[in-house]
Write a protein that binds this ligand. Structure first.
Ligand code: SF4
Length: 223
């Protein structure tokens, strides 16, 4: 690792993983600064700017200091930073289980195949549907998850079409994709109708809550 390799960090903290199939587990989060997207319901706008430039060895040292073997690299959009790929590899080499949460707008191909990718597909209600990089679906494996953040019925129907037309349901059933996640936009999408739609359509999808917000409240940072 070269000393001059750095990343801009908004926060590094230890918490309960709130999303994905890893929800509920203790997890260290490395939140990188910056995102080229502007989802209308974004809950991490504070990560768009600022941050602290930190050398990669120092980031690894801080993560090791928190003593948790599960680490998520997130943002913002972490993969706009070339050194994020290096950080993931460095953490893997040290024995960490590494999750990367990405918007799906950046090519995930260079990620170390041992990384567990949690990749958004941006529904129309986000305002960023045009940023979906569809070729990324070809780089997902049985360890990866696809997330749809759903604002309303139109978003749900869009997600359902994508799942069926691109064979994501089949990939989950055959073990070539770990999970499909439906996440309601906090404060806008009620849980009950979303649950009923998933059941009515028989989608092999997981309705996920943002557990960290239920525990600490929706506005709390660093949790
Ligand atoms: S991709 Fe993520 S961080 Fe960027 S605007 Fe959308 S929700 Fe916010």
């Amino acid at each position: 690792m070269k000393r001059e390799e750095t990343l801009r960090i908004t926060e590094i903290f230890h918490s309960i993983q709130g999303e994905s199939t890893w929800a509920g587990l203790p997890c260290t989060f490395v939140r990188l600064t910056g995102c080229p997207l502007r989802c209308v319901w974004c809950d991490t706008e504070y990560a768009f700017h600022g941050g602290e430039k930190v050398a990669l060895p120092e980031i690894v040292r801080r993560v090791e200091g928190l003593g948790c073997t599960l680490v998520e690299i997130t943002g913002g959009e972490p993969l706009v930073h070339p050194n994020a790929f290096r950080l993931a590899a460095e953490l893997l080499e040290r024995g960490f289980t590494v999750l990367v949460e990405t918007s799906g707008a950046v090519d995930v191909a260079p990620l170390d195949p041992r990384v567990h990718k949690i990749m958004d597909l941006k529904c129309p209600g986000s305002g960023e549907e045009s940023k979906n990089l569809w070729s990324n679906l070809g780089h997902l494996t049985g360890r990866d998850e696809v997330k749809f953040v759903v604002k309303d019925r139109a978003d749900y129907e869009w997600a359902r079409s994508v799942i069926r037309e691109r064979g994501l349901d089949r990939r989950v059933m055959e073990g070539h994709l770990k999970a499909l996640l439906f996440s309601p936009v906090w404060g806008e999408m009620e849980l009950r109708p979303l649950a009923e739609w998933i059941l009515e359509d028989g989608l092999p999808a997981r309705l996920q809550l943002q557990v960290h917000k239920l525990i600490w409240g929706p506005e709390t940072r660093g949790v």
